[in-house]
Ligand binder design. Structure first.
Ligand SMILES: [Zn+2]
Length: 202
């Protein structure tokens, strides 16, 4: 399995291209569908599925074009469907924890509300796509309309229990950095450390 980060748009968003044997998944395709189509074509990839970590516009913007062109419906947690503003015909809503087999990819979806009500992290092998839940040294904003700081703490605790070598791929490259490891965040991320410290009173 290969993972490529594609930086698109003016908000340091990260779209992830996950590939294996000519098959591809896209996580949070947004902003520039032409660039993504060109990448798929140049690499001769068969796009099997699109998954959104959450419904904020900067993670889904213009994805409708790509979904329609490929006849796909994007996986999205049902609590973020309205937030996404995307038409129902291009969405595949689900609720709760999921195990999906998509071609050669075993995908485990972990609900991680807090930044938004329908936010999730997407685990494929030991790669964890954290959207705006967990960033290197930080977590996502919890002051937005569908945010919930208490849920965020619970979600960060849940992520802290994943194996040490779980590799993190965040939804933005704030400060130029979008990658880390759970072991490192568990030791150094003040938000995750607080979530662990407060786990019994959450
Ligand atoms: Zn967001």
């Amino acid at each position: 399995m290969n993972i490529e980060v594609i930086h698109l748009g003016p908000m340091a968003n990260c779209t992830y291209l996950v590939t294996q044997d000519g098959n591809a998944l896209l996580i949070d395709p947004a902003w520039d569908m032409n660039a993504l189509e060109q990448t798929l074509k140049a690499k001769k990839l068969n796009l099997l599925a699109v998954l959104f970590t959450h419904g904020h516009f900067d993670h889904v913007k213009t994805a409708e074009t790509l979904l329609k062109a490929h006849g796909l419906r994007a996986y999205i947690e049902e609590n973020d469907v309205l937030l996404s503003g995307l038409p129902g015909e291009v969405l595949q809503p689900y609720h709760g924890e999921q195990n999906l087999q998509i071609g050669p990819f075993k995908v485990h979806i972990i609900p991680t509300p807090g930044h938004t009500a329908g936010g999730v992290c997407i685990l494929i092998g030991d790669a964890l796509f954290t959207g705006d839940t967990l960033f290197p040294g930080a977590c996502g904003r919890v002051d937005l309309p569908s945010s919930d700081p208490r849920e965020m703490r619970k979600s960060l605790y849940r992520l802290s229990q994943l194996p040490d070598d779980t590799q993190i791929f965040a939804g933005h490259s704030y400060g130029g950095k979008s990658g880390s490891f759970i072991s490192y965040e568990r030791q150094t991320n003040p938000f995750m450390r607080n979530a662990i410290k407060d786990k019994d009173i959450l």
